[in-house]
Design a protein around this ligand. Sequence first.
Ligand code: ADP
Ligand code: MG
Length: 249
Amino acid sequence: MKTDTVSLLDIQRLNKSFGDKPVLKNVDVNVEQGKTLVIVGPSGSGKSTLLRCMNLLEPIESGVITFEGRDIATPEARREAWRFRQEMAMVFQHFELFPHLSVIDNIMLAPVKIKGVPKAQARQKALELLERVRIPDKANAWPEELSGGQQQRVAIARALAMEPRVMLFDEPTSALDPEMIKEVLDVMTELSDQGMTSVVVTHEMSFARRAAHRVVFMADGEVVENLPTDQFFGGEVKPRTRQFLDQIL
Ligand code: ADP
Ligand code: MG
């Protein structure tokens, strides 16, 4: 098996507080090129905050965030946060589509407005992406006409339209009715299989088993466990991790 890996996004000794409450404590996380990292942990453990720090949506107190070999957490790099953010697409629990734009316009907006992609080209790409997320017939629908699962797949297509280097998913299926969860996870699994670098915060352990290369377990702002998927689910884990797994499996 090939074992050489390239780090795309590397977090080292990251510390962050809200007020006087530390929410990330010396967090080390490494995201390898082409791999899927799943982050699990109880509510309030700092998962969303970690994703927001990765995406430079939150200031940090100390630590290093290296993206493609460059420290992006320095004040100078932060001034170009918009540039890095284009390379790191985020998909949220609540899809946050633009309600006044059709599905295809939702997907075309950023490539046309931010990247200056010609409209015809952006439209062609958007149609391809709608095929990829398995709703090719919804281009001209309005977001409110779609099910939650379809809206989330549009949100994924919209994120992919910017051709990011990494996709950050924050509990993308938590707001969905059970029967719609699979259709979204299937699309994410396919992306993972195709080598899209992904960081996924989720409680869906079947997805983690199937798609993750590594699993990180966080509790109280700390990385408790960081293991290859097989070891995480099959091997020796710390008591705190075992307790969490026993609760949800
Ligand atoms: P998770 O995503 O694992 O549920 P979060 O990253 O959302 O955890 O939150 C971690 C901790 O930080 C929680 O105690 C939460 O209440 C707190 N927190 C998150 N966002 C803010 C904020 N903007 N202001 C103050 N506290 C916050
Ligand atoms: Mg969260």
